[in-house]
Design a protein around this ligand. Structure first.
Ligand code: SF4
Length: 493
């Protein structure tokens, strides 16, 4: 069973552990910088990217505004095509529905396509408790499952593992779950991929039940869409006799024409590909082709509450591309586990507190897990203004009272070995929490501005050589405000 996020500490506490891990920081830095550079190149190829982004935003907003109508349309279309639609208000109900459906087939194992919705509800754990073993078939998910680990990235759940660690996990764990790793397995990508392929192949051919999520559901025909890169999804969606798909209610797009927009923006934003290697679509059941039984479980689990929030609802536009994770300076340093959710990074910081509420320490702290630099908004293919939602949620947390006390301050400490950085942060923290000292320091800095060096001395010389140090103004902002506005609204003090 994979580890769960139950009882996670607040983000600052969890992040503090992560930023001390210099190997993890190195792995994350390398991976996120590589993906973000490729994405930027792939996006720059498309002349009408801004229009596509705007179209995606509008399609999602329109769908969310009329979600009741489109959900009914989906139910009617899927039913007419031979599928069975189930409605799940929360994780517990969804898990019960899926477990009962699997039990009814008489099977004790299922193969799974990578799915955020099933991770969100903890389906694997619920199936395990009911005596059903779920096999993850996406390569990164397989690494996470075999390593009894937790995912740390939406698209690359094992981004925190390097090749040596993966080889060790395969060698140690594969025999517990089925076909063992080949003798003398090395850490070359081709050998690791081949080991996973051989291990999974027997499961694809044996399993009678497949479980998936969906990237999109096309309302006009009741068609589900899964995009992926490895082909494992295609195997899970076509070989089993029974297919059960758990899908968040926000995944709907009205028409195939609308889908076309996202099939252009999603691959470039996520894997920096022009199109996905595998795009699978299915509508109910088809005689002599694919699964004979199809169940669609439509999942709410906090989504209608999110929809009711005028500012926060834009988080439901998310198409899970993970571009915002790859550009986020906080994610790059803290890693995915600190977010205490299957949704890490900037989108996790606004989605988890809305889906789960802000009562727990971790959820109350997530809106503060950001520097508000805005890089996430810049890259988002559906233009979710994540900084706006973060500020909005901070307001909600502050108004939430004592239950949310743990989240009001984020103190990210730099890793060991950065003594100067650590000392600077401590000094800043000391000054910023003493308004009188800060004010006196600002006045002193203004008066002595003519004597300020343009480069830093000692170890700071290299840092300042490539940067222009900002000039200190002749008069501090607070004094200027006091002088020109007379401190009428108290802002100067
Ligand atoms: S918030 Fe935007 S950038 Fe982040 S995963 Fe969702 S769609 Fe992608």
């Amino acid at each position: 069973m994979s580890g769960t996020f139950v009882g996670m500490p607040a983000f600052p506490e969890a992040a503090r552990e992560a930023v001390r891990d210099t190997t993890l920081r190195g792995n994350l830095r390398h991976a996120t910088h590589t993906i973000r550079a490729k994405r930027a190149k792939a996006v720059a190829e498309v002349e009408d990217w801004a229009e596509l982004r705007e179209a995606g935003k509008r399609i999602k907003d329109h769908t969310l505004r009329h979600l009741d109508r489109y959900l009914e349309q989906v139910e009617a279309a899927v039913t007419a095509a031979g599928g069975v639609v189930h409605w799940a208000a929360d994780a517990e109900e969804a898990n019960r529905i899926v477990t009962d459906l699997v039990k009814a087939t008489g099977e004790s194992e299922v193969v799974k396509v990578k799915s955020m919705a099933t991770q969100e509800i903890g389906l694997n754990e619920a199936l395990e408790a009911a005596g059903v073993r779920a096999y993850e078939t996406d390569l990164a998910e397989l690494i996470v499952q075999l390593g009894k680990d937790r995912p740390s990235h939406i698209l690359v759940p094992a981004i925190h593992r390097n090749r040596g660690e993966i080889r060790e996990i395969f060698t140690r764990e594969m025999s517990e779950w089925g076909r063992p790793a080949p003798e003398g397995l090395t850490d070359t990508p081709a050998e690791l991929a081949e080991a996973a392929r051989l291990h999974l192949r027997e499961k694809f051919l044996r399993a009678k039940v497949g479980v998936s999520g969906a990237n999109f559901v096309v309302a006009e025909t009741g068609t589900l869409v899964v995009v992926e890169s490895e082909g494992n999804g295609r195997m899970c969606l076509t070989l089993p006799e029974t297919l059960i798909s758990v899908v968040g209610i926000e995944k709907i797009v009205p028409t195939w024409r609308d889908l076309e927009v996202f099939l252009q923006t999603l691959p470039r934003s996520s894997t920096a590909e022009r199109m996905n290697p595998y795009t699978s679509t299915w509508t109910g059941t088809t005689d002599g082709d694919g699964p004979r039984v199809f169940h669609l479980v439509l999942l709410d689990n906090g989504r209608t509450d999110t929809l009711a929030d005028e500012v926060g609802r834009q988080a439901l536009r998310c198409i899970r591309c993970s571009a915002c994770l790859n550009v986020c300076p906080v994610y790059e340093r803290a890693g995915g586990h600190a977010y205490g959710s299957v949704y890490p990074g900037p989108i996790g910081a606004i989605l988890s507190p809305q889906l789960r509420g802000t009562d727990s320490e971790i959820d109350a702290s997530l809106p503060y897990a950001s520097s508000l630099c805005g890089a996430c908004y810049e890259v988002c293919p559906v233009a979710i203004d994540i900084p706006e939602v973060l500020v909005h949620l901070r307001e909600r947390v502050v108004q939430g009272g004592p239950a949310t006390r743990a989240g009001n301050r984020v103190v990210l400490r730099p890793a060991k070995g950065h003594a100067a950085e650590r000392a600077a942060m401590r000094a800043a923290q000391w000054a910023f929490t003493r308004p009188g000292v800060l004010r006196a320091g600002q006045r002193m800095a203004s008066r002595t501005r003519r004597f300020h060096p343009r480069t830093l001395p000692g170890p700071g010389r290299a840092w300042s050589a490539g940067r222009d140090l900002p000039r200190v103004p002749a008069e501090p902002f607070r004094d200027w405000w006091q002088r020109t506005r007379g401190g009428k609204d108290g802002a100067a003090e």
